[in-house]
Each structure stands twice: as structure tokens, then as C-alpha cells.
Write a protein that binds this ligand. Structure first.
Ligand code: NAG
Ligand code: NAG
Ligand code: NAG
Ligand code: NAG
Ligand code: NAG
Ligand code: NAG
Length: 170
């Protein structure tokens, strides 16, 4: 019995899923450092559920805390929902909500705070509706089409793979 074909299809599905998500590097090539206006950075990005936000910084000096709006406004980490300290942190934005991240070592007072809104992943059929909603930005249409196609690929790979696996296992 040859299991390699369904296995390949599953791998392909996983690979397609991974490629689909965008990694938003906070601050771009300036990274996570004091004296940068991250509101400007965030306003220039569109975040979708399942995307990553990544923080790159000197781990001996800074870190990353996920806080609520009070924590963001006041630079406090009381009741934080999570913290990351590796210096190269990839955090998945799982939910469609507003997220608040701050530096917990004092950098927050020097601007090391960022708030991002995560949008639902646009689905393929209502493409025109989504395009209309985002008509102010022409560039957004292309990535969305790519995402829609990616999602379609994943679905078909998954169904095909499962069908084959089912056949093999039964
Ligand atoms: C960052 O830029 C935004 C948008 O222009 C502005 O409202 C905000 O005051 C700036 N923040 C700082 C700390 O300069
Ligand atoms: C906004 O994004 C564009 C394209 O990714 C980039 O060229 C530009 O430098 C960005 N602007 C800011 C303020 O980050
Ligand atoms: C946050 O700071 C504001 C003033 O900057 C203050 O009025 C408020 O009580 C603070 N909130 C908390 C929870 O400390
Ligand atoms: C944020 O969390 C703190 C500590 O748990 C809490 O006192 C505060 O009310 C929360 N603020 C919001 C806006 O939920
Ligand atoms: C950071 O997160 C860890 C768990 O990942 C937790 O045990 C620790 O208390 C957190 N630190 C702070 C200061 O909240
Ligand atoms: C999203 O979920 C993953 C896996 O459960 C978790 O590691 C990550 O911290 C979550 N992201 C946020 C922003 O909570």
C-alpha cells in the first residue's frame, strides 16, 4: 500500500496554509525600538485573522506584552494576557479583535506600543463586495484574490487528501 500520495497532498495543504498568512514585522526594518511611531506603521498595514505580527529587538533590553486598552494607554502590564521575550517573536493574530502590545521594560513610555485591528479573512465569493469596501486602496485587491485562491487550494487539497486517506484507511 502506497501512502506517499495522500501524505504529499496533506503536506501540500499545510504548505499552502502557511504561505497564505502574512507576517507583519513591527516597524519594518526599524524593528521594535524606542522613538518610532507605531501608529503610523499599523495604519499602513491590513491585518487578517491568522496573520502573524512579529517583533524583532534586543532581548536583553526589551520584550513584548499583550495587554488591554488600559495597559496600552497607561503603559502598565497588570493583568497582561501574554508576554514574549525571545527577541524574535512571531505571534499569531487568532481573533478578529483589536490587540494591544507594549514593551514591558519601560520602552512603552518612549513609544514602544502598538495597537492593531484584525479583520476577518475575506472569503472568495463576495470578492466584489470586499473590493468595494476597500476601494480606497487599489493594492489590496491583488493580495485578497491571492488569499481567496489560497483558501480554495487548501480546501480542495484537504478534501482530495481526506478522500484518498479515507480510501486507503478503509
Ligand atoms: C503618531 O502618529 C499619529 C498619526 O499621525 C498621531 O496621531 C500620534 O499623535 C503620533 N504619536 C506620537 C507619539 O507622536
Ligand atoms: C507603507 O507601505 C508601503 C508599501 O509597503 C511602504 O513603501 C511605505 O514605506 C510604508 N510607509 C510607512 C510610513 O511605513
Ligand atoms: C490610566 O491613566 C489615566 C490618566 O493617564 C488615569 O486617569 C487612569 O486612572 C489610569 N488607569 C489605571 C487603571 O491606572
Ligand atoms: C485591563 O486590565 C486591568 C487589570 O486586569 C483592569 O483593571 C482594567 O479594567 C482592564 N481594562 C479594560 C479596558 O478592560
Ligand atoms: C510572562 O508569561 C509567563 C507565561 O508564559 C508567566 O508565567 C509570567 O508570569 C509572565 N510575566 C509577567 C510579568 O506577566
Ligand atoms: C494564538 O493562538 C496560539 C496557539 O494557541 C498562541 O500560541 C498565540 O499566543 C495566540 N495569539 C495571541 C495573540 O494570543
Amino acid at each position: 500500500m502506497d501512502l506517499s500520495v495522500p501524505f504529499f497532498l496533506l503536506l501540500a495543504a499545510i504548505a499552502t496554509t502557511t504561505v497564505k498568512a502574512t507576517d507583519h514585522i513591527v516597524g519594518g526594518n526599524k524593528g521594535w525600538n524606542p522613538g518610532i511611531n507605531y501608529t503610523l506603521w499599523a495604519n499602513n498595514q491590513t491585518f487578517y485573522a491568522g496573520d502573524y505580527i512579529s517583533f524583532r529587538y534586543q532581548k536583553t533590553q526589551y520584550n513584548v506584552f499583550l495587554v488591554n486598552q488600559t495597559g496600552y494607554d497607561n503603559c502598565t502590564i497588570e493583568g497582561a494576557f501574554g508576554n514574549w521575550t525571545s527577541g524574535k517573536d512571531f505571534i499569531m493574530l487568532n481573533k478578529t479583535q483589536r490587540y494591544y502590545f507594549i514593551c514591558g521594560t519601560g520602552g512603552c513610555l518612549n513609544g514602544m506600543k502598538v495597537s492593531v485591528v484584525v479583520h476577518p479573512l475575506p472569503s472568495s465569493p463576495p470578492m466584489s463586495a470586499v473590493a468595494a469596501e476597500h476601494s480606497s486602496s487599489k493594492e489590496s485587491a491583488a493580495p485578497m484574490a491571492a488569499r481567496g485562491f489560497g483558501a480554495l487550494l487548501v480546501t480542495s487539497f484537504a478534501i482530495f487528501g481526506l478522500t484518498l486517506c479515507g480510501l486507503v484507511w478503509i
